[in-house]
Design a protein around this ligand. Structure first.
Ligand SMILES: Cc1ncc(COP(=O)(O)O)c(C=O)c1O
Length: 405
């Protein structure tokens, strides 16, 4: 056993972790965490506790319940800020990654001739908002393509110029699982005075992420992919930008002052959280982050790397299987593949029927990428901290049966 494996086994006890996810008790193998992760008991309990013990609105009342709810909701922001090394004021709670990206798309002022650079790897959520800006304002939209599945800083550099207002890229592809060299691309953006939005939907749940180190201006991610409840997400927005970006919605909770002539907006995240927010969700998302931190993002990463390597190497041995980008370095546990002659949805159904394995199939909200890769969809297994080596073995055995390989 090498040192790495020893430390993973010593630090991360997957058997104990699984006890926090009773949904797994029946023997189901859950490998669809890139779509939505499972939720540990402590997160479920924190949602219940809000409704049972201190159900009140936030930032509006002076009574005791409202004070407790407000403090815990604010602490949710602080926990997320610490998790990605941001300031509390820079953390806007959204309902998901999609809303975060749309907020930036509608909140930056655009004029004809501006340029946005994005890539063919993007989830529809980080592509369609830019297509709309293009249609509405006549901006130029430049689409970068990857080399061997990875976006290269030099290819981004070729298209970024002094007209480029924003570069919007995914940190990790939700189809290929490969990691984009964000820091190097951030340098290209900085050199050209372009803003940089990173889609962290697949990175923040699986990698240690530090926004200062990454050098991005915006980072959007989803709570429900990192053990939090559905309907929760985060948009990190670098401090000076909070002042110039227009909120998506206006209303209660966003202002310092209102008169019949106009209003003065607050200067922190509250400016962007109009109306009663998802209070229980925000508090529970803080709990989810606490849970991840207790286990340790480095250890989660190592555990997933070990499982990913085992899966990819095993998959390569099976005849009639084609993996979309089989690299084992610089990737997370998101692996897409096809079995010759079979529709991806049929394969996913068979995995469920034969071995109780839940995976995703189809276009993965990445139609342009899937078409460009020349395939008719794919099966995607996505792993997380609660998956085990035994589950990988069952998955490989079942794929082999299906592929007759
Ligand atoms: C890379 C990426 N971006 C954006 C999204 C959209 O996330 P949500 O549906 O939570 O808004 C996803 C969801 O799968 C994703 O994988």
């Amino acid at each position: 056993m090498n040192e790495d494996n020893k430390s993973v086994m010593f630090r991360m006890n997957v058997k104990n972790i699984r006890k926090d996810f009773p949904i797994l008790d029946g023997g189901m193998i859950y490998m669809d965490s890139a779509a939505t992760s499972l939720t540990p008991e402590s997160v479920v309990a924190s949602i219940q506790s809000y409704y049972r013990d201190y159900n009140a609105n936030v930032g509006r009342g002076v009574h005791r319940l409202s004070q407790v709810a407000s403090q815990l909701y604010e602490e949710g922001h602080t926990k997320i800020a610490d998790f990605i090394n941001a300031k509390e004021e820079e953390i806007i709670f959204t309902k998901n990654t999609t809303e975060g990206v749309n907020l930036v798309a509608s909140g930056l002022g655009w004029k004809r001739g501006d340029k946005i650079v994005t890539s063919i790897l993007e989830h529809h959520s980080n592509l369609m908002p830019w297509l709309r800006v293009k249609k509405k304002f006549g901006i130029n939209l430049e689409i970068v393509k990857p080399k061997n599945g990875v976006l290269r800083p030099e290819d981004v550099e070729k298209v970024v110029d002094d007209k480029t207002k924003l570069v919007a890229l995914t940190h990790v592809s939700n189809v290929l699982g490969l990691i984009t060299p964000i820091k190097e691309i951030a340098k290209v953006c900085e050199d050209n005075n372009a803003l940089f939005l990173v889609d962290g939907a697949q990175s923040v749940p699986h990698l240690p992420v530090d926004v200062k180190e990454l050098g991005c201006d915006f980072l959007a991610f989803s709570g429900h992919k990192m053990l939090g409840p559905t309907g929760t997400g985060v948009l990190f927005m670098r401090m000076p930008l909070l002042e110039s970006v227009e909120p998506l919605t206006l209303g209660g909770g966003t202002i310092d002052d209102v008169s019949l002539e106009g209003y003065k907006l607050k200067e922190n995240y509250e400016k962007f959280e109009a109306g009663t927010p998802n209070i229980a969700g925000g508090i529970a998302l803080g709990r989810a982050v606490e849970y991840l931190e207790k286990i340790g993002m480095n250890d989660i990463r190592k555990h997933e790397e070990k499982l990913t390597k085992k899966f990819v190497l095993g998959l390569e041995e099976i005849k009639n299987v084609e993996i979309l980008c089989p690299d084992i370095e610089q990737r997370i546990g998101v692996i897409s593949f096809n079995i010759k002659g079979l529709n991806p949805h049929d394969v996913a159904l068979m995995l469920d029927n034969f071995s109780n394995i839940m995976v995703r199939s189809g276009y993965h909200c990445c139609m342009p990428l899937i078409k460009w890769l020349g395939v008719n969809g794919a099966v995607r297994a996505s792993l997380y901290l609660y998956n085990t080596e035994e589950e990988i073995e069952t998955l490989l055995r079942t794929i082999k049966e299906i592929a007759r390989g």
